[in-house]
Design a protein around this ligand. Structure first.
Ligand SMILES: CC(C)(COP(=O)(O)OP(=O)(O)OC[C@H]1O[C@@H](n2cnc3c(N)ncnc32)[C@H](O)[C@@H]1OP(=O)(O)O)[C@@H](O)C(=O)NCCC(=O)NCCS
Length: 226
């Protein structure tokens, strides 16, 4: 079901547009993000050398977030002629405590990832450096571009939409990543390194943009933001 996206020969990111996804686009976003992250070091470390298996495992983990929590999240997709080529999952300041995945999703993960991988992801989440402020902040859970489209400005365009959302409700914006190329990408867009560490033997970098320390967090709890 989830195979590599077909990139048109020109792959001109100027023709893509960023929109709020409907149900079909959210399903497509699951596939795009599953492919975008498939070669990331933590992914390879946890799910092993088989690329198709990694994509399937990623999709299982992403469904509970992208499909089940859509009402709580700021989701956007980048499309070209209705084909999703990238997107993001941004957690607004008032939704930082998302509910646990449903039993159905947990069974899906057990089936497609396996018990060990599920435990490893839980350890990753618990082992990440504690760099996020205690006060309200935005959290970029995933920003991904279909591998066939990477390096063509799609990520930068998605980041501009993230800027608009954050500017409308100012608060720090935090994220983690495990690829040096991603660190370059975020630094080029004004993010600063807040912490770094190793989780499961994989280097992880924590970046943020916006107020830090004493000035953190102006978004008011209870404000509904999509
Ligand atoms: C990181 C990511 C979202 C950037 O989106 P993108 O559309 O590839 O990036 P853009 O074309 O807008 O910007 C290109 C710049 O980003 C950096 N970059 C990061 N990852 C890259 C990749 N896989 N291919 C090419 N450039 C990449 C480079 O510094 C590049 O600048 P340069 O050409 O001057 O070297 C995308 O590459 C991706 O999905 N990566 C895998 C998933 C991931 O790790 N996401 C980040 C953690 S949430």
């Amino acid at each position: 079901m989830i195979v590599d996206g077909q990139a048109p020969p020109d792959r001109d990111s100027g023709r893509t547009r960023v929109t709020r996804p409907d149900a079909a686009a959210r399903r497509a976003l699951v596939g795009v993000l599953a492919r975008a992250f498939r070669d990331n070091p933590m992914n390879v470390r946890i799910h092993g050398p088989n690329r198709r298996r990694r994509v399937r495992a990623n999709a299982a983990g992403l469904r509970s977030l992208v499909l089940d929590q859509a009402d709580r999240l700021s989701l956007r997709v980048s499309t070209l002629d209705s084909v999703v080529v990238g997107g993001f999952v941004l957690v607004p300041p008032q939704e930082l405590r998302l509910p646990e995945p449903s039993l159905r999703r947990q069974f899906e993960c057990l089936w497609l990832q396996g018990r060990q991988a599920m435990a490893a992801w839980a350890e990753v989440n618990a082992g990440l450096p504690d760099h996020r402020p205690r006060t309200p902040h935005w959290y970029l859970a995933a920003l991904g571009v279909d591998p066939a489209w990477q390096g063509r400005g799609v990520g930068a365009a998605l980041l501009r939409t993230i800027d608009e959302l954050v500017t409308a409700h100012p608060a720090p914006l935090c994220l983690e990543c495990d690829r040096p190329e991603s660190v370059r990408f975020y630094r080029a867009h004004g993010f600063e390194m807040r912490d770094e560490g190793r989780v499961h033997g994989v280097p992880v970098w924590c970046l943020a943009r916006g107020p830090s320390g004493e000035e953190r967090g102006e978004a008011r709890a209870g404000t509904r933001i999509r």
